[in-house]
Design a protein around this ligand. Structure first.
Ligand SMILES: Cc1ncc(C[n+]2csc(CCOP(=O)(O)OP(=O)(O)O)c2C)c(N)n1
Length: 343
Protein backbone atom coordinates (compact mmCIF):
# COMPACT_ATOMS: atom_id res chain seq x y z
CA UNK A 1 0.00 0.00 0.00
CA UNK A 2 1.57 3.29 -1.03
CA UNK A 3 1.85 6.46 1.02
CA UNK A 4 -0.53 8.51 -1.09
CA UNK A 5 -3.27 5.90 -0.63
CA UNK A 6 -2.85 6.21 3.15
CA UNK A 7 -3.03 9.98 2.84
CA UNK A 8 -6.18 9.76 0.73
CA UNK A 9 -7.84 7.39 3.19
CA UNK A 10 -6.75 9.53 6.14
CA UNK A 11 -8.15 12.67 4.51
CA UNK A 12 -11.44 10.96 3.67
CA UNK A 13 -11.88 9.45 7.14
CA UNK A 14 -11.24 12.84 8.75
CA UNK A 15 -13.65 14.77 6.58
CA UNK A 16 -16.41 12.14 6.69
CA UNK A 17 -16.05 12.11 10.48
CA UNK A 18 -16.32 15.83 11.06
CA UNK A 19 -19.17 16.31 8.58
CA UNK A 20 -21.21 13.43 10.03
CA UNK A 21 -20.68 14.71 13.57
CA UNK A 22 -21.51 18.27 12.51
CA UNK A 23 -24.75 17.10 10.89
CA UNK A 24 -25.75 15.07 13.96
CA UNK A 25 -24.48 17.82 16.23
CA UNK A 26 -22.96 15.14 18.43
CA UNK A 27 -20.29 12.46 18.35
CA UNK A 28 -16.61 11.93 19.09
CA UNK A 29 -14.18 13.25 16.47
CA UNK A 30 -10.95 12.95 18.50
CA UNK A 31 -10.17 9.28 17.99
CA UNK A 32 -11.17 8.97 14.30
CA UNK A 33 -9.10 12.02 13.43
CA UNK A 34 -6.12 10.75 15.39
CA UNK A 35 -6.25 7.18 14.07
CA UNK A 36 -7.36 7.78 10.46
CA UNK A 37 -4.18 6.43 8.81
CA UNK A 38 -3.89 3.56 11.28
CA UNK A 39 -7.45 2.56 10.38
CA UNK A 40 -6.56 2.70 6.68
CA UNK A 41 -3.53 0.52 7.35
CA UNK A 42 -5.61 -2.07 9.22
CA UNK A 43 -8.45 -2.21 6.69
CA UNK A 44 -6.36 -1.70 3.58
CA UNK A 45 -3.32 -3.81 4.27
CA UNK A 46 -3.37 -5.84 7.46
CA UNK A 47 -6.74 -7.51 7.45
CA UNK A 48 -7.78 -10.46 5.42
CA UNK A 49 -11.37 -9.53 4.63
CA UNK A 50 -13.67 -9.17 1.67
CA UNK A 51 -16.32 -6.46 2.10
CA UNK A 52 -18.59 -8.10 -0.50
CA UNK A 53 -18.78 -11.19 1.73
CA UNK A 54 -18.84 -9.71 5.23
CA UNK A 55 -19.71 -12.96 6.98
CA UNK A 56 -17.08 -15.11 5.29
CA UNK A 57 -16.25 -17.47 8.15
CA UNK A 58 -12.49 -17.15 8.02
CA UNK A 59 -12.29 -13.34 7.79
CA UNK A 60 -10.08 -11.44 10.19
CA UNK A 61 -12.13 -9.58 12.79
CA UNK A 62 -11.78 -5.91 13.70
CA UNK A 63 -13.19 -4.70 17.01
CA UNK A 64 -13.36 -1.00 17.80
CA UNK A 65 -13.30 -1.28 21.56
CA UNK A 66 -13.25 2.51 21.84
CA UNK A 67 -16.78 2.48 20.45
CA UNK A 68 -17.30 6.22 20.99
CA UNK A 69 -14.97 6.71 18.00
CA UNK A 70 -17.57 4.95 15.83
CA UNK A 71 -17.16 7.31 12.88
CA UNK A 72 -13.72 5.79 12.32
CA UNK A 73 -15.32 2.38 11.80
CA UNK A 74 -18.21 3.70 9.71
CA UNK A 75 -15.90 5.73 7.46
CA UNK A 76 -13.60 2.73 6.95
CA UNK A 77 -16.50 0.38 6.25
CA UNK A 78 -17.84 2.85 3.68
CA UNK A 79 -14.50 3.47 1.99
CA UNK A 80 -13.45 -0.16 1.89
CA UNK A 81 -16.63 -1.29 0.15
CA UNK A 82 -19.00 -2.64 2.77
CA UNK A 83 -22.70 -2.04 2.21
CA UNK A 84 -22.74 1.27 4.07
CA UNK A 85 -23.42 4.21 1.79
CA UNK A 86 -22.84 7.93 2.15
CA UNK A 87 -26.56 8.26 2.90
CA UNK A 88 -26.00 6.03 5.94
CA UNK A 89 -23.14 8.22 7.12
CA UNK A 90 -25.39 11.25 6.75
CA UNK A 91 -27.83 9.57 9.14
CA UNK A 92 -25.16 9.15 11.84
CA UNK A 93 -26.63 9.04 15.34
CA UNK A 94 -30.25 9.04 14.19
CA UNK A 95 -32.88 6.54 15.27
CA UNK A 96 -32.93 3.22 13.35
CA UNK A 97 -30.00 4.21 11.16
CA UNK A 98 -27.17 1.82 10.27
CA UNK A 99 -24.80 4.23 11.99
CA UNK A 100 -25.83 4.55 15.65
CA UNK A 101 -23.77 6.57 18.12
CA UNK A 102 -21.77 3.49 19.06
CA UNK A 103 -21.33 0.43 16.83
CA UNK A 104 -24.12 -2.12 17.25
CA UNK A 105 -23.86 -5.70 16.10
CA UNK A 106 -26.28 -6.26 13.22
CA UNK A 107 -26.81 -2.58 12.41
CA UNK A 108 -24.40 -2.71 9.46
CA UNK A 109 -22.21 -5.34 7.82
CA UNK A 110 -18.67 -5.35 9.20
CA UNK A 111 -19.64 -4.52 12.78
CA UNK A 112 -18.45 -7.62 14.60
CA UNK A 113 -19.77 -6.79 18.05
CA UNK A 114 -21.50 -4.01 19.95
CA UNK A 115 -19.08 -1.64 21.64
CA UNK A 116 -19.32 1.60 23.59
CA UNK A 117 -19.13 0.66 27.24
CA UNK A 118 -15.37 1.04 27.60
CA UNK A 119 -13.51 -2.25 27.94
CA UNK A 120 -16.38 -4.35 26.63
CA UNK A 121 -15.08 -4.57 23.07
CA UNK A 122 -11.70 -5.70 24.34
CA UNK A 123 -13.35 -8.42 26.43
CA UNK A 124 -15.47 -9.55 23.49
CA UNK A 125 -12.38 -9.64 21.28
CA UNK A 126 -10.72 -12.05 23.69
CA UNK A 127 -13.81 -14.24 23.41
CA UNK A 128 -13.70 -14.01 19.61
CA UNK A 129 -10.03 -15.03 19.62
CA UNK A 130 -10.87 -17.98 21.86
CA UNK A 131 -13.65 -18.96 19.43
CA UNK A 132 -11.13 -18.90 16.57
CA UNK A 133 -8.91 -21.29 18.43
CA UNK A 134 -11.77 -23.62 19.33
CA UNK A 135 -13.13 -23.71 15.77
CA UNK A 136 -9.64 -24.34 14.41
CA UNK A 137 -9.22 -27.25 16.81
CA UNK A 138 -12.57 -28.66 15.76
CA UNK A 139 -12.46 -28.23 11.99
CA UNK A 140 -8.87 -27.97 10.77
CA UNK A 141 -7.16 -31.07 9.52
CA UNK A 142 -3.51 -31.63 8.68
CA UNK A 143 -4.45 -31.16 5.02
CA UNK A 144 -6.59 -28.06 5.37
CA UNK A 145 -6.92 -25.09 7.70
CA UNK A 146 -10.38 -23.75 7.18
CA UNK A 147 -10.14 -21.61 10.31
CA UNK A 148 -7.04 -19.46 10.55
CA UNK A 149 -7.71 -15.79 11.24
CA UNK A 150 -6.66 -12.89 13.43
CA UNK A 151 -8.61 -10.64 15.75
CA UNK A 152 -7.54 -6.98 15.70
CA UNK A 153 -8.63 -4.44 18.27
CA UNK A 154 -8.35 -0.69 18.57
CA UNK A 155 -8.63 0.33 22.21
CA UNK A 156 -8.05 3.66 23.97
CA UNK A 157 -6.95 4.92 27.35
CA UNK A 158 -10.51 4.61 28.65
CA UNK A 159 -10.48 0.92 27.80
CA UNK A 160 -7.21 0.42 29.63
CA UNK A 161 -8.72 1.98 32.74
CA UNK A 162 -11.49 -0.63 32.89
CA UNK A 163 -11.27 -3.71 35.10
CA UNK A 164 -12.71 -6.00 32.41
CA UNK A 165 -9.67 -5.31 30.24
CA UNK A 166 -7.34 -6.46 32.96
CA UNK A 167 -9.36 -9.61 33.59
CA UNK A 168 -9.68 -10.63 29.96
CA UNK A 169 -6.08 -9.64 29.12
CA UNK A 170 -5.01 -11.96 31.89
CA UNK A 171 -7.00 -14.82 30.37
CA UNK A 172 -5.75 -14.07 26.85
CA UNK A 173 -2.15 -14.13 28.08
CA UNK A 174 -2.73 -17.30 30.05
CA UNK A 175 -4.21 -19.03 27.01
CA UNK A 176 -1.45 -17.62 24.78
CA UNK A 177 -3.86 -16.24 22.18
CA UNK A 178 -1.21 -15.47 19.57
CA UNK A 179 -3.77 -14.38 16.99
CA UNK A 180 -5.04 -11.48 19.08
CA UNK A 181 -3.40 -8.14 18.20
CA UNK A 182 -4.46 -4.99 20.05
CA UNK A 183 -3.58 -1.48 18.98
CA UNK A 184 -3.67 0.80 22.03
CA UNK A 185 -4.31 4.41 21.06
CA UNK A 186 -2.14 6.19 23.58
CA UNK A 187 -3.07 9.80 22.81
CA UNK A 188 -2.56 10.92 26.41
CA UNK A 189 -5.93 12.65 26.49
CA UNK A 190 -9.33 11.58 27.68
CA UNK A 191 -12.77 13.06 28.10
CA UNK A 192 -11.92 15.82 30.58
CA UNK A 193 -8.24 16.48 30.04
CA UNK A 194 -4.84 14.81 30.13
CA UNK A 195 -4.75 11.16 31.17
CA UNK A 196 -2.00 12.16 33.63
CA UNK A 197 -4.74 13.63 35.81
CA UNK A 198 -6.00 10.15 36.67
CA UNK A 199 -3.94 7.44 35.01
CA UNK A 200 -0.21 6.88 35.30
CA UNK A 201 0.31 3.14 35.56
CA UNK A 202 2.71 1.35 33.23
CA UNK A 203 0.23 -0.32 30.87
CA UNK A 204 2.99 -2.07 28.93
CA UNK A 205 4.42 -3.62 32.09
CA UNK A 206 0.95 -4.76 33.12
CA UNK A 207 0.40 -6.54 29.82
CA UNK A 208 3.91 -7.99 29.81
CA UNK A 209 3.17 -9.41 33.27
CA UNK A 210 0.11 -11.08 31.73
CA UNK A 211 2.26 -12.86 29.12
CA UNK A 212 1.69 -10.43 26.22
CA UNK A 213 4.23 -9.19 23.70
CA UNK A 214 4.36 -5.40 23.94
CA UNK A 215 5.58 -2.90 21.36
CA UNK A 216 5.32 0.85 20.91
CA UNK A 217 5.54 3.23 17.96
CA UNK A 218 4.00 6.31 16.38
CA UNK A 219 0.49 5.91 14.95
CA UNK A 220 1.78 7.60 11.79
CA UNK A 221 4.87 5.48 11.14
CA UNK A 222 3.40 2.93 8.77
CA UNK A 223 6.74 1.23 8.09
CA UNK A 224 7.22 0.59 11.79
CA UNK A 225 3.62 -0.53 12.25
CA UNK A 226 4.13 -2.99 9.42
CA UNK A 227 7.27 -4.34 11.08
CA UNK A 228 5.55 -4.67 14.47
CA UNK A 229 2.54 -6.49 13.05
CA UNK A 230 4.98 -8.93 11.44
CA UNK A 231 6.72 -9.38 14.81
CA UNK A 232 3.38 -9.84 16.51
CA UNK A 233 2.53 -12.66 14.13
CA UNK A 234 5.94 -14.27 14.48
CA UNK A 235 5.19 -15.19 18.07
CA UNK A 236 2.15 -17.42 17.88
CA UNK A 237 2.22 -18.19 21.59
CA UNK A 238 1.40 -14.75 22.99
CA UNK A 239 -1.16 -12.03 22.25
CA UNK A 240 0.28 -8.64 21.30
CA UNK A 241 -0.26 -5.08 22.47
CA UNK A 242 1.03 -2.36 20.12
CA UNK A 243 0.91 0.99 21.87
CA UNK A 244 0.59 3.74 19.28
CA UNK A 245 1.19 7.37 20.13
CA UNK A 246 -1.30 9.53 18.25
CA UNK A 247 -2.48 13.13 18.29
CA UNK A 248 -6.11 13.30 19.28
CA UNK A 249 -8.10 15.30 16.73
CA UNK A 250 -5.22 15.42 14.23
CA UNK A 251 -6.14 17.75 11.38
CA UNK A 252 -8.34 20.11 13.40
CA UNK A 253 -6.43 23.42 13.19
CA UNK A 254 -7.70 24.79 16.51
CA UNK A 255 -8.35 21.73 18.65
CA UNK A 256 -5.87 18.98 17.70
CA UNK A 257 -4.03 17.72 20.78
CA UNK A 258 -6.60 19.13 23.21
CA UNK A 259 -9.38 17.32 25.07
CA UNK A 260 -11.90 19.71 23.47
CA UNK A 261 -11.83 17.48 20.40
CA UNK A 262 -12.68 14.30 22.33
CA UNK A 263 -16.39 14.87 21.73
CA UNK A 264 -18.82 17.35 20.23
CA UNK A 265 -19.28 18.94 16.83
CA UNK A 266 -16.35 21.14 15.92
CA UNK A 267 -18.47 23.99 14.50
CA UNK A 268 -18.86 25.47 11.03
CA UNK A 269 -15.87 27.82 11.34
CA UNK A 270 -13.52 25.04 12.34
CA UNK A 271 -14.75 22.82 9.53
CA UNK A 272 -14.09 25.57 6.99
CA UNK A 273 -10.58 26.07 8.38
CA UNK A 274 -9.92 22.36 8.40
CA UNK A 275 -11.05 21.79 4.83
CA UNK A 276 -9.06 24.78 3.61
CA UNK A 277 -5.95 23.48 5.34
CA UNK A 278 -6.49 20.11 3.66
CA UNK A 279 -6.94 21.61 0.21
CA UNK A 280 -10.64 20.75 -0.03
CA UNK A 281 -13.29 23.34 -0.84
CA UNK A 282 -15.05 24.41 2.38
CA UNK A 283 -18.33 24.01 0.52
CA UNK A 284 -17.79 20.28 -0.05
CA UNK A 285 -19.52 18.00 2.47
CA UNK A 286 -18.87 14.29 3.02
CA UNK A 287 -15.83 14.51 0.79
CA UNK A 288 -14.26 11.26 -0.32
CA UNK A 289 -10.92 11.26 -2.15
CA UNK A 290 -11.19 9.30 -5.39
CA UNK A 291 -7.80 7.73 -4.74
CA UNK A 292 -9.09 6.17 -1.52
CA UNK A 293 -12.07 4.62 -3.31
CA UNK A 294 -9.88 3.43 -6.16
CA UNK A 295 -7.40 1.91 -3.75
CA UNK A 296 -10.04 -0.25 -2.08
CA UNK A 297 -11.67 -1.13 -5.41
CA UNK A 298 -8.37 -2.47 -6.71
CA UNK A 299 -7.59 -4.17 -3.41
CA UNK A 300 -10.94 -5.96 -3.38
CA UNK A 301 -10.63 -7.00 -7.02
CA UNK A 302 -7.18 -8.44 -6.46
CA UNK A 303 -8.20 -10.05 -3.19
CA UNK A 304 -11.12 -11.80 -4.84
CA UNK A 305 -8.97 -13.12 -7.69
CA UNK A 306 -6.35 -14.28 -5.22
CA UNK A 307 -8.74 -16.01 -2.86
CA UNK A 308 -10.82 -17.69 -5.55
CA UNK A 309 -7.73 -19.28 -6.99
CA UNK A 310 -5.68 -19.44 -3.82
CA UNK A 311 -6.95 -19.26 -0.27
CA UNK A 312 -10.35 -20.83 -0.82
CA UNK A 313 -8.83 -23.69 -2.79
CA UNK A 314 -5.73 -24.40 -0.79
CA UNK A 315 -6.91 -23.47 2.69
CA UNK A 316 -10.67 -23.38 2.57
CA UNK A 317 -11.68 -26.19 0.25
CA UNK A 318 -15.39 -26.02 -0.49
CA UNK A 319 -16.10 -24.26 2.77
CA UNK A 320 -19.51 -22.64 2.81
CA UNK A 321 -21.32 -20.74 5.50
CA UNK A 322 -24.27 -22.84 6.68
CA UNK A 323 -27.59 -21.44 5.51
CA UNK A 324 -28.79 -21.23 9.09
CA UNK A 325 -25.88 -18.92 9.89
CA UNK A 326 -26.58 -16.74 6.88
CA UNK A 327 -30.15 -16.21 7.97
CA UNK A 328 -28.97 -15.20 11.41
CA UNK A 329 -30.14 -18.35 13.24
CA UNK A 330 -26.67 -19.19 14.45
CA UNK A 331 -27.61 -20.67 17.76
CA UNK A 332 -30.60 -22.69 16.64
CA UNK A 333 -29.13 -25.99 15.63
CA UNK A 334 -25.36 -26.02 15.79
CA UNK A 335 -23.41 -26.53 12.61
CA UNK A 336 -24.92 -27.76 9.39
CA UNK A 337 -22.92 -30.85 8.51
CA UNK A 338 -24.23 -30.91 4.96
CA UNK A 339 -22.49 -27.65 4.14
CA UNK A 340 -19.40 -27.79 6.34
CA UNK A 341 -17.05 -30.46 5.22
CA UNK A 342 -13.64 -31.39 6.55
CA UNK A 343 -12.71 -32.80 3.17
C1 LIG B 1 -17.71 1.99 31.06
C2 LIG B 1 -17.82 3.38 30.49
N1 LIG B 1 -17.69 4.45 31.30
C3 LIG B 1 -17.79 5.70 30.79
C4 LIG B 1 -18.02 5.89 29.46
C5 LIG B 1 -18.15 7.30 28.90
N2 LIG B 1 -17.00 7.65 28.06
C6 LIG B 1 -17.06 7.61 26.74
S1 LIG B 1 -15.62 8.00 26.01
C7 LIG B 1 -14.89 8.24 27.51
C8 LIG B 1 -13.45 8.64 27.61
C9 LIG B 1 -12.57 7.72 26.84
O1 LIG B 1 -11.28 8.23 26.82
P1 LIG B 1 -10.22 7.66 25.79
O2 LIG B 1 -10.30 6.21 25.75
O3 LIG B 1 -8.92 8.30 26.13
O4 LIG B 1 -10.76 8.18 24.39
P2 LIG B 1 -10.24 9.41 23.51
O5 LIG B 1 -10.37 10.63 24.36
O6 LIG B 1 -8.83 9.10 23.16
O7 LIG B 1 -11.19 9.40 22.35
C10 LIG B 1 -15.77 8.03 28.55
C11 LIG B 1 -15.43 8.15 29.97
C12 LIG B 1 -18.15 4.75 28.64
N3 LIG B 1 -18.35 4.84 27.32
N4 LIG B 1 -18.04 3.51 29.18
Amino acid sequence: MNVSAFDAIGLSVRLLTVDAIEKANSGHPGLPLGCAELGGFIFGEVMSHYPQDPIWVNRDRFILSAGHGSMLLYALLHLSGYDLGLEDLKRFRTLHSKTPGHPEYGAAPGIETTTGPLGQGFGNAVGIAIAERMLAAQFNTTARSVIDHYTYVLAGDGDMMEGVVYETASLAGHLGLGKLIVFYDDNQLSIDGATSLTFSEDVMARFAACNWQTFACSAYDIEELRRLVRKAKNDSTRPTLIKVRSVMGKGSPSFAGTHRVHSGALGADELRKMKQAMGVSPDREFYVAEEAVEFFRTRNREWKAHTTRGVRNSRGGRWRIPTAWRSGRRSSGGTDRRTISRA
